[in-house]
Ligand binder design. Structure first.
Ligand SMILES: [Zn+2]
Length: 250
């Protein structure tokens, strides 16, 4: 096995595990998808349109090219209609290697509230210090042109809300995407709860910059990825062998 095919199969395992964990955490439900850029940059690994997110397997994932066309996958399987979110965003952001799109309850609500943008109120939301733009078109991103429009809304930001629809998150790896997904909804929930108490005082640019300066993102991602994978293995949501984990006592 070449390092490239080896990495392809570990990417499949990461995407499948991430999807099941997001489902376990209530962030992805009957819909929503996670993609990872292939090591050679020729395409993406992504779920099928209609496979239950709780039962996604590494081998059941599809490979699409950067135009969203199916390249590898079982007969009769099709990518999500919104595959263009992934292909078009990855095409414009070479430093991004994983993209998630789903419809978390609280964060999505902020896309329809006038005069109250979703801002950072928890320290880990410093990831979105550049802003969280709202894409104005609530429709499905099911054409390359719609994907390009979303990429334009994102610009250099690492997250966007799609009006009355959901969120798009960008990360450097699949584990980082999982961690960002958890923190994104946590931040929205904190904002919502704070607003019920009184006027919200989001973190300032200086506070966000100070947090980021002393923050080791790689260590944080590794710690939380391990936490969620361990929890998923304990609950038999993710088979331990996918990620090379061995269970104590086996
Ligand atoms: Zn959607």
């Amino acid at each position: 096995m070449t390092p490239d095919t080896d990495r392809r199969s570990s990417l499949r395992a990461e995407v499948a595990a991430c999807t099941r964990i997001l489902n376990m955490e209530g962030l992805i439900d009957y819909s929503g998808h996670v993609s990872a850029r292939l090591p050679d940059g020729s395409g993406i690994v992504i779920q099928c349109y209609d496979d239950p997110r709780s039962g996604v397997t590494p081998d059941g994932l599809l490979i699409c090219d950067m135009d969203g066309h199916l390249v590898e996958g079982s007969a009769g399987k099709a990518p999500p209609r919104e595959v263009f979110i992934h292909t078009e965003v990855l095409a414009t952001r070479p430093e991004v290697h994983a993209v998630g799109h789903f419809h978390p309850e609280i964060a999505t609500i902020f896309s329809i509230v006038k005069d109250t943008g979703l801002a950072a109120v928890k320290n880990h939301a410093a990831r979105w210090a550049d802003g969280i733009p709202v894409h104005p078109d609530p429709g499905h991103i099911n054409t390359p042109a719609a994907g390009r429009a979303l990429a334009a809304t994102l610009g250099s930001c690492n997250a966007a809300l799609i009006r009355a629809h959901g969120v798009v998150l960008l990360a450097e790896s699949v584990p980082a995407l999982l961690v960002d997904s958890v923190h994104f909804e946590e931040n929205a929930q904190a904002f919502w709860r704070a607003a019920a108490i009184g006027a919200v005082d989001p973190l300032s640019d200086a506070e966000l910059a100070a947090f980021t300066r002393r923050f080791d993102r790689a260590k944080h991602v590794a710690k939380l990825w391990k936490y969620y994978v361990d929890r998923a293995i304990e609950r038999e949501v993710v088979p331990p062998e996918w990620l090379g984990y061995t269970q104590p006592g086996l």
